[in-house]
Structure formats: structure tokens, C-alpha cells
Design a protein around this ligand. Structure first.
Ligand code: SF4
Length: 231
């Protein structure tokens, strides 16, 4: 995909990715291309993705690879947007901006989950942080609080976290009031889980020995891959 990004330097930008779920309904409205960055400076007790906290690890991808994958998924599976989550997207702000710009060029919406509060992000001096806020349609902000899980707002981890509709593209409607969504994928002998489980399903998959990120590459034909909606 040839990007028309405003900053040509972003076209060759590399990023450290922990996991991609190219078509999910468990990370925001509609079908979405979800990207987990590798690395988060925060340490919320009970973080669902402790393996994504170190800044070392994951896989290095270029924006061109990611944009091409997003475009193909849009055309083949009808995704309506991308979701960036943690690791912390604002700790990878330049990469997040590049992905968000590519998404907008493809007509896709942008949702971001951040452990930082919007006010704190707006106070940061880095221009790429302001640029990412500018490109974001929906921001869910605030650290995850395991003592106060949110069972009323779909896709939201804990009750302290806020949803900011930063553009006119989305609003709080009935789909946000449905029960939490958990997706379980089986690829060969490996299991991957994403989304937020209902309260009585927390830990359901923990006994399964193999929980690991999905491959950070487009799916290979004939893989046994399926998602299970455990609402
Ligand atoms: S911000 Fe997200 S990824 Fe980072 S520690 Fe908190 S819950 Fe985990």
C-alpha cells in the first residue's frame, strides 16, 4: 500500500508489535483490526497482558507491512476500524500516528486504549502525542483497576476508565451496553484470548497451558483459526 502520510519519514517507520488480531469484535464497535504494542511503562496491578509490558520482545514490523495487512483485511473481512492497545499506544506514539494515518487513508476509524488520562496526554510536549489524539475517534483512558471491573460497558476493563468520543464518528449507544466480549482463538495447538470476560468468566482460560500472542503476520491459508464469542 502506498501511503500518503503527511510525514514521509513515517513511511519507513518500524514498530514493535506484540500481537495482532486482524478481525475482532472484542476490542471496540464493529469488526476491528486490533494491534497490541510491545512495551508499557505503567504497571497496573492485575494487567491482563503482563507479557506485553517489557519493551524488548514482540516482532518488528514496518508501517507499510501493517498498512497492507489492514487494507487486505478491510477488503476481505469488512473491518470498520483499528484499535490500538497495550502495551501502551502513547509510549509508541510515532508508530501509533503512522498506523492511525494509514487507517484514516483507508477510511477506517481509530480507537485507542491508554493507561494515561486524557488531561495528562494533552499536557505532554511531544507533537506526536497531540497528533495521535487528533487522529483518534474514540479514546478509552485511565489505568486498569482490577478491584472495580466494569460489567456495564462493553469493551471497558474497569469502572474508572472513561470513553472519550473525540470525533462525530461514534457515540455511546446500545452496543456499548451489551455484555463484555471474550474471544478465544485456536491456531493449531495454540490458544489466544482477547477481549474482556464477564465477571464470572474471569480466569476461565487460565488453566489452559498454552496462552500466547497470535502471530504478528497475516494468516497463512488453511490454518485452523476460529473465534468464540463468550458473552
Ligand atoms: S496500561 Fe494497560 S498494558 Fe499497561 S500496565 Fe496498565 S493494563 Fe497493563
Amino acid at each position: 500500500m502506498k501511503l500518503e502520510t503527511r510525514n514521509p519519514k513515517l513511511e519507513t517507520l518500524e514498530m514493535q508489535i506484540a500481537q495482532v488480531v486482524p478481525c475482532t469484535e472484542a476490542e471496540g464497535p464493529g469488526k476491528r483490526f486490533a494491534v497490541w504494542f510491545q512495551g508499557c511503562p505503567l504497571r497496573c496491578p492485575g494487567c491482563c497482558n503482563p507479557e506485553f509490558l517489557p519493551f524488548k520482545g514482540g516482532q518488528t514490523k514496518t508501517i507499510d507491512e501493517m498498512a497492507t495487512w489492514m487494507e487486505r483485511t478491510r477488503d476481505e473481512q469488512g473491518i470498520e476500524g483499528i484499535t490500538l492497545l497495550g502495551g501502551e499506544p502513547f509510549a509508541h506514539a510515532r508508530a501509533s500516528v503512522a498506523l492511525a494515518q494509514a487507517a484514516k487513508e483507508l477510511g477506517l476509524s481509530v480507537m485507542v486504549f491508554s493507561g494515561y488520562m486524557l488531561e495528562g496526554l494533552r499536557a505532554k510536549p511531544e507533537p506526536e502525542v497531540a497528533e495521535l489524539i487528533h487522529l483518534t475517534d474514540m479514546l478509552v483512558d485511565g489505568p486498569y483497576d482490577r478491584d472495580n471491573p466494569d460489567n456495564e460497558r462493553r469493551w471497558i476493563g474497569s469502572t474508572n476508565q472513561r470513553i472519550h468520543f473525540l470525533t462525530e464518528r461514534y457515540r455511546f449507544d446500545e452496543q456499548w451496553r451489551k455484555k463484555n466480549t471474550l474471544e478465544i482463538r485456536v491456531i493449531g495447538r495454540e490458544i489466544s484470548v482477547n477481549g474482556f470476560p464477564a465477571k464470572d468468566a474471569v480466569g476461565l482460560w487460565k488453566g489452559w497451558a498454552r496462552k500466547k500472542p497470535l502471530p504478528v503476520s497475516p494468516p497463512v491459508p488453511n490454518h485452523d483459526s476460529r473465534g468464540a464469542d463468550a458473552k
